[in-house]
Ligand binder design. Structure first.
Ligand SMILES: Cc1cc2nc3c(=O)[nH]c(=O)nc-3n(C[C@H](O)[C@H](O)[C@H](O)COP(=O)(O)O)c2cc1C
Length: 480
């Protein structure tokens, strides 16, 4: 593991914010029904969002990953992310038509293999001139696993043990070429200097690697590492391994608590208090006046959760057809089908709790006098992560985040593609710049520079380069 040699013990707010854009596909947060909705899959949409983001000096363009389309009762469940092109393919195309914005690919540690993924991420990093990043996720379930040779092979508790061995192996692969390994001129004898490339071997519980990495270091040394996963194990993993956390804590009080928790964990991991940046997921609904923003919010919600979407949302939890129910009437009195598997039925669903959940929701809806549509709209409102208001109001609120150091920036999900960043870049960014909390230009050409991240410490080339890295094989080595 690489870390700073003299870690800062105290966290110091930078007073600055950075922005990223999380391009979603079709889900309950996006509007595909408006006359202004463009394609969620055409390259033109990716291009327009990335170029708008770059005009607004955004640090990063993110793509999520869903390895199997969720279904419900045998049909694609359109309320979850659907129609998402492969992240690295889309980002490689964007690398050619952008110059500064970072390109972040969400990639899973459970179903990928480290030597292969490290090589593909290195490729993106090299062809983009040092702008690649990996958003590390650990999602595993039998539904997704059925799509892969190994199946859903990993115990839930093992996800982060596996992820850690995976990431440490990837780091060793990226470390394996020394600086200056490539011939500086045509008169050199060899393209790669002898001894400047090391072989990486690893035999662990979940996979084995024996590889001589094929690519040199990039302009930013190696891809930047983001992490998304909120459990205590996920946070400790991020504290040890990540450069940036893509968090789920955008509200100020919650964000401050999350920061303090991450600083504690980062210090325990032997790193500096400022070493891990935090960028929460967020949505912005803005207007010239507070009233305009509120009107826009009502319009956005109406389109995000129409009658069909409201019924489909409940069907995930009820596990049965509910098409006969009136979206403007009360929640269904019939009970959920408990036996249905959970993976196809929406995140957070737990089969055994289905009846309890239905009772609870019916009581809540009755209590508040909410129809199916109003109830679903409230549940999916993303209230916690939505910033609604005039440009001035919202930039004042964001200024508070910069001042307190609650976050290092926001990862914005536009609800409309491809114009969803226009008002943010045209109005919010200048307002943030006026308040002195947003950069006036890119700090450099690499993502690491633009996020204010230090270059990783060079590895000790004399240390055993082929030693085992995961806890199981460390223990085996100790016993031998
Ligand atoms: C903000 C955020 C974004 C995420 N994006 C993805 C994604 O695009 N694809 C994916 O498979 N998992 C994604 N995840 C899921 C995590 O990788 C992880 O599987 C999940 O949060 C459960 O891990 P935990 O128990 O540590 O929270 C995301 C999680 C968070 C918090």
């Amino acid at each position: 593991m690489t870390h700073t040699t003299n870690p800062d013990r105290a966290f110091t707010p930078s007073g600055q914010l950075r922005l990223g854009v999380f391009f979603q596909s079709v889900n309950s947060g996006t509007i595909w029904k408006s006359a202004d909705s463009g394609s969620q899959t055409d390259f033109e949409s990716f291009l327009r969002i990335a170029q708008t983001a770059e005009r607004g000096l955004f640090s990063a363009f993110f793509l999520g990953e869903g390895l199997r389309l969720r279904e419900h009762l045998g049909r694609p469940h359109a309320l979850d992310v659907a129609g998402r092109p492969d992240a690295q393919t889309a980002l490689a195309a964007l690398a050619a038509v952008t110059t500064h914005i970072g390109l972040v690919a969400t990639q899973n540690t459970t179903y990928n293999d480290p030597a292969d993924l490290a090589h593909r991420l290195s490729s993106l990093d090299l062809i983009s001139g040092g702008r690649a990043a990996w958003n590390i996720v650990t999602t595993d379930n039998a539904w997704t696993g059925a799509n892969f040779r190994r199946g859903g092979y990993l115990d839930h508790a093992d996800r982060y043990v596996h992820a850690e061995a995976f990431v440490e192996t990837a780091k060793r692969i990226w470390d394996a070429w020394d600086d200056g390994a490539i011939a500086p001129s045509a008169s050199a004898d060899r393209w790669a200097a002898p001894g400047a490339v090391r072989r990486v071997r690893h035999t662990g519980q979940h996979y084995a690697v024996d590889v001589t990495p094929r690519l040199p270091r990039s302009a930013q040394y190696r891809p930047v590492l983001f992490q998304a996963g909120d459990s205590p194990d996920g946070r400790d993993f991020a504290a040890r391994q990540a450069d940036v956390i893509f968090s789920a804590h955008p509200q100020l009080e919650d964000a401050l608590q999350f920061r303090s928790d991450i600083v504690d964990r980062t210090l325990k991991a032997g790193r500096g208090a400022n070493d891990v940046k935090i960028m929460p997921a967020s949505e912005f609904i803005l207007g010239a006046t507070p009233r305009e923003a509120l009107e826009k919010k009502a319009w956005v919600r109406e389109l995000q959760i129409g009658p069909q979407q409201a019924i489909a949302y409940l069907e995930q939890f009820w596990g049965r057809e509910l098409q006969g129910f009136d979206p403007d009437g009360p929640l269904p009195e019939i009970d959920p089908v408990v036996e249905e598997t959970s993976e196809t039925r929406g995140s957070g669903f737990h089969g055994a709790k289905a009846r309890q959940l239905a009772d609870q929701w019916r009581a809540e809806a009755k209590d508040k006098g909410l129809s199916i549509r109003q109830f679903v709209s409230a549940r999916t409102s993303r209230g916690d992560s939505t910033f609604t208001g005039s440009y001035a109001e919202v930039s004042d609120r964001l200024g508070e985040y910069a001042r307190t150091g609650a976050v290092d920036g926001f990862n914005i999900s536009p609800w409309l593609i491809p114009s969803g960043l226009d008002d943010i870049v045209n109005h919010l960014v200048p307002a943030l710049q006026e308040r002195g909390v947003y950069p006036a230009e890119y700090a450099g050409t690499t993502l690491r520079e633009n996020l204010g991240l230090a270059t990783p410490a060079r590895p000790d080339a004399t240390a055993d380069p082929a030693g085992p890295v995961d806890p199981a094989s460390r223990a085996a080595t100790a016993r031998a």
